[in-house]
Design a binder for this molecule. Structure first.
Ligand code: CDP
Length: 223
C-alpha cells in the first residue's frame, strides 16, 4: 500500500490540499490533526486539565474516533466535525499533542489505517515518526501572514469568532509548542520535499503535489 505523508506547520493548507490530492488519485485521506483534536475535546468535556498528561491518558480507553469518508469526524459515535474546530480545543490541542501516551495511542491507529489501503495522511510527524518509510513525503509550508489570513477566512465561514491578530498569534504559539516538544516534534524529514504554497492557489498546490507523487512513484497517478 502506498503512503503519501504531508507534514507542515498549522494552517499551511495541508488538509485542503491533502483531501484534493487523495480524491484525484483515489487514495483515502486521513486527517491526523482531527484525532488530536478529538482527544482534546473529550478531555475538555470531562473537565480534565489538558496539561495533566496522566489524567488525559486515563481517558484514552473511553475514546473511539472515526474519520468518515465524507469528511465527518465521529467521537464515540457523535458528530464532532465542527466542535473540534472550537477555540477552546485550538487553545489546548498542542498540550494534548505533546503527551507521549496520547501520541502512542493515536499513532498506533494511524499505522493500522495504511494496512489495507493507500493513504494520503497529513499531520506534523507523519514522515518522521508515523511512517518513516512513506513512499512520498511532502513538507508543506506557507508564510505565517498568509496562513493566518487563510485560517481567519475559514473561521469566518464556519462561524467561529476571532480576529486576524489572534489567529496569527495562535498559529505561532502552536507551531512553537509543536516544534519544541520532546516526542515526535514537528520537523521536516531529511527526505521530504518542501512545497511553499504562499503564492499558490489550492488547485496549483494539489497539482504540484500530484506531480511530485507521479515523479516519485514513476507511474500515472493523475486521474
Ligand atoms: O488545521 P491545523 O493545521 O490548524 O491543525 P491540525 O492539523 O488540525 O492539528 C491540530 C494540532 O494537533 C496541531 O497544532 C498539533 O499540535 C497536533 N498534531 C500533531 O501533533 N501531530 C499530528 N500528526 C497532527 C496534529
Amino acid at each position: 500500500m502506498v503512503v503519501v505523508a504531508i507534514d507542515g506547520p498549522s494552517a499551511a493548507g495541508k488538509s485542503t490540499v491533502a483531501k484534493g490530492v487523495a480524491k484525484r488519485i483515489g487514495y483515502v485521506y486521513v486527517d491526523t490533526g482531527a484525532m488530536y483534536r478529538c482527544v482534546t475535546l473529550f478531555a475538555l468535556e470531562n473537565n480534565v486539565d489538558c496539561r495533566k498528561d496522566e489524567e488525559v491518558v486515563k481517558l484514552l480507553p473511553n475514546i473511539q474516533i472515526e474519520l468518515c469518508v465524507d469528511g465527518r469526524v465521529l467521537l464515540n459515535g457523535k458528530d464532532v466535525t465542527l466542535d473540534i474546530r472550537k477555540q477552546e480545543v485550538v487553545a489546548n490541542v498542542s498540550f494534548v499533542a505533546a503527551n507521549k501516551g496520547v501520541r502512542l495511542f493515536l499513532v498506533d491507529l494511524q499505522r493500522k489505517m495504511a494496512d489495507d489501503k493507500s493513504i494520503v495522511m497529513d499531520g506534523r510527524d507523519i514522515g518522521t515518526y508515523v511512517f518513516p518509510n512513506a513512499d512520498v513525503k511532502i513538507f508543506q509550508v506557507a508564510d505565517v501572514k498568509e496562513r493566518a489570513k487563510r485560517r481567519y477566512k475559514e473561521n469566518l465561514l464556519k462561524g467561529i469568532e476571532c480576529t486576524l491578530e489572534f489567529v496569527e498569534q495562535d498559529l505561532q504559539r502552536r507551531d512553537y509548542i509543536d516544534s519544541h516538544r520532546e516526542f515526535a516534534p514537528l520537523t521536516k524529514a531529511d527526505d521530504a520535499i518542501e512545497v511553499d504554497t504562499s503564492f499558490m492557489t489550492i488547485e496549483e498546490s494539489i497539482e504540484e503535489i500530484i506531480r511530485i507523487i507521479k515523479n516519485k512513484l514513476g507511474d500515472n497517478k493523475d486521474e
